[in-house]
Structures are given as C-alpha cells and as structure tokens.
Ligand binder design. Sequence first.
Ligand code: ADP
Ligand code: MG
Length: 381
Amino acid sequence: MIRFENVTKRYADGTTAVDNLSFEVAEGELVTLVGPSGCGKTTTMKMVNRLIEPTGGRIYVDGDDISATDPVELRRRIGYVIQQVGLFPHKTVLDNTATVPHLLGVRRATARARAAELLDLVGLDPSVYGGRYPEQLSGGQRQRVGVARALAADPPVLLMDEPFGAVDPVVRERLQNEFLALQKSVRKTVLFVTHDIEEAVRLGDRIAVYGQGTIEQFDAPAAVLGAPATPSVADFVGADRGLRRLSVTPVEPGDLEQPPVVHLDDPLPATLPGWAVVLDREGNPHGWISAGQAATARGAVREHARRMEARLPVGASLKQAFATMLQYDAGWIAVTDEENGGRFLGVLTPAGLHEALRRSTAADARDIPRDEVELETVSGR
Ligand code: ADP
Ligand code: MG
C-alpha cells in the first residue's frame, strides 16, 4: 500500500535525513517507525503526503507514484495526526472533526453526523464534547479529536507522528489501547512514528528500527526484541527486551498443560494423581481439588472444591499471564476460550510460560544459537 524505493532526502544544508530507504507497508498493516530523535522518522513520514519532497528515489501509495499525483488529491487519501494536533481554536469539536469532509463537498449535516459517529468511535460522547472548544479539552481528549478528524474523510492511509507523545503515561497507554481497538475495526494502513520502543512494540504489526536515516531492522516486534539484527538495535531495544517480549507474545493452546478434570456435580473420585481442575456445568473453570481431599472425604466434588480465580483468555499476553500469577500468588492459571463462552482449555504454569517465551524468540526460529544473541547484547558492541 505504501512503498519506498531507494528514497533519499538531503536537506539544503547538506544533512542527509533519509538515506536510500526501501520498505513496504501492506494494506491494513500498522508499521511503527522507531528510533532516537533526529534519525529521520518525521522526514520519512512527511514525504508520504508530500509535505517534503525526496531528493532521490520513488514512493508509491496504492501503486501510484506520488511524485506524479496532485498533492491535494493525494492528501485526501491520507489522514495525518501529529503531536500538536492543530485544531481550529474557534471551532467546536464537532465542527473540527467535520472540517475535511465538509471541504470535500460533503453536505454540512452529513459531515456533522459522520463526525459525531467518529467522536463516539474515539471515546468522546458527541453530546458531551461535540459542542466544546479545543481549549476546554484535556491533552488526551484533544489527541482523540485529532484521530477522529484524520479518520473523517475515511482515508485508506493514516500517518501518525508521535500522536500520543505529549500526554502523560497513563493517558498514553489508554490512548494506545483505544487506538489498537479502533484499528481492529477500521483496518487502515498506518505509518506510526514514535521514539518510544515500548509504544512501537505495543502498536506495531511490524516495526522499523531506525539508525541514522536508514532502517536497521524491519520485523515483527517479537523478532526485533528476540533477535536484534545489529548491536545498535540491541542497544536501542534495551536490556529489558526480554521483559518487553512478554507483552508481545500471546498464550497459545500449545503452551497449556492438561491436568485431570472433574465437574462440580461429579462424585468425589476415589483416586487422583496430585490434583484436578474443577469445572462447572458450562465447562467454565471453577477451582481445584487435591488428591488428599479426594482420598479422605465423601460426597460431591462441589462440597470440597476450592475456588480459584486466576484465569486468562487464550491469546492474552505472557505479560498478563505473569501479572495474573503474581496477583493471585498462583502456581497455575486456568486458560479459557472466550469465543466459546469461557470454556476451559488447560492450565498455564510457570514452566509453560517459560517455554512460551523461548518459543517466541525469533532467535530460535532462525536457528541462531541463543547464547550468541545474549552475548552480543551483554558485550554491548
Ligand atoms: P526525527 O523525526 O526522527 O526526530 P527528522 O526527520 O525530523 O527526525 O530529522 C532528521 C534529520 O534531518 C535531523 O538531523 C534534523 O536536524 C534534520 N532536518 C530536519 N528538517 C530539516 C530541515 N528543514 N533542514 C535541515 N535539516 C533538517
Ligand atoms: Mg520527528
């Protein structure tokens, strides 16, 4: 959907901001560009909507060479969200959001109706916020309006340049989560610039890690964290990249153990190897029962089962799994299938979590000996 072919940008003063860059963003993909300040991220982005013209190479949007496309026409296809949102101070939130469609000739009433829908979509109740002016909003709310406005003309492509950079960490995380949920439904092709590796791995389907005007690594977050391609990428993703990888690796059915299972209404089994998971009538996890109890007591499982609240849907991140284990001080977590009414799938143990983390390392997938990767990071070359 967006393709860079040997793109270079040299500014008049001789600064090479972008150096022979080639990469491609697939339709519906969210790619984060991450790197330290001054590495050329904003320059890369502004070349896509022709706010900056490259000095060499070609850029294609949806197959069209953009140097041959009218910039105004091009920008209709591209939503743009920046840190300083640039809302019109004298216009209401609703009118700010409706601006672009209205300019494009959509009837005012239609544009405003669509704007209200979009405000709702980004978590701002239009009946509450629609009539407010930008100065009456918090920083996070202004950023939401910025996202709504960028989506108003329903462009297939979205460029976002540190859109959540100016809000505090708590609001930022909320905005990130909301944006991810939004992206699931709108499926835009997104280029998202950030200097925050945490944000890059959380949001990106793939991330491009910048060096000076070049991409050092372009890969899935787990791969970048698991196997940094160069020492400078390793440096940038940091020593705690192992921890970060927890947040980008999902719990999969193959990670689960299958202990014996009994149901609440069953009579107590005479023998049990160790312990068993107890399920309710619907097949949802209820708790557990130990072999000792089963051997000495009588009656139904219901009378002896212990409650166990630690549970997680399959597909949740290993980080969530780890947090849940700590929260409940639990040696295992019941993993459920939320798409099937919370049906029990198996249990995740610390050993399973460890295995899952190993599985996730691209180092394993690529047959790079793990030790080599670790050593490179440790020696910090
Ligand atoms: P980033 O967004 O990653 O912080 P930029 O793309 O803004 O980086 O800048 C990349 C490099 O180009 C920096 O060294 C910056 O100083 C330089 N640069 C940016 N804009 C201009 C300009 N208009 N003229 C000269 N140099 C510029
Ligand atoms: Mg920038």
